[in-house]
Design a protein around this ligand. Structure first.
Ligand code: ADP
Length: 167
């Protein structure tokens, strides 16, 4: 059984993340989206909110599970018996950091292998932080996140947009 984890904060999940999820789910038997309880970062959405949003958006993908984790990724992987880590690479700027983390994880757990999926060109500029920044100014985020999430994101910033989507 090939079980992979796709770890991240997903605060909030974007079309870029969803693209990586759909593509990597086809490569493995089971993909566990591992939502990180951010200790260092101040997250916009609580862990429970992030897990619920991702669960809702991936409900039609039968081999995708959503869980949360705390602490070292490699320890969590041993607990759930996974040895593949999926990460998305947007640009060279992601590379140096991702390379270091992948090598570190391999040292910490010698059967841990990281696979990098190159971001779809349409989403290469997209990040959760930019989505938050644009939403905080009341900008249009419809090209970045699924329609069901838009109002939830605007609400966090007390933004009332006209023509916002129905939930
Ligand atoms: P972190 O909390 O580790 O910064 P994120 O939750 O932002 O991570 O992202 C998790 C993973 O998704 C990372 O591998 C990141 O490179 C990838 N990712 C983020 N945005 C995109 C995107 N637009 N397209 C493809 N992959 C992305």
């Amino acid at each position: 059984m090939k079980r992979a984890v796709y770890p991240g904060s997903f605060d909030p999940i974007t079309f870029g993340h969803l693209d990586i999820i759909e593509r990597s789910a086809k490569m493995v038997d089971e993909l566990v989206i591992a939502v990180l309880r951010n200790s260092a970062k101040n997250s916009l959405f609580s862990l429970e909110e992030r897990v619920n949003m991702i669960t809702e958006l991936t409900k039609d993908l039968p081999n995708v599970k959503v869980e949360s984790f705390d602490g070292l990724l490699v320890d969590y992987m041993s607990q759930i018996d996974a040895n593949i880590i999926v990460r998305g690479l947007r640009a060279v700027t992601d590379f140096e950091y991702e390379l270091q983390i992948a090598q570190m994880n391999h040292v910490l757990k010698d059967n841990a292998e990281t696979i990098f999926l190159i971001t779809n060109l349409k989403y290469s500029y997209l990040s959760s932080s930019l989505v938050k920044e644009i939403a905080s100014y009341g900008g249009d985020i419809s090209k970045f996140v699924p329609a069901q999430l838009m109002n939830r994101i605007y609400e966090k910033y007390n933004v009332n947009r006209e023509n916002t989507y129905e939930q």
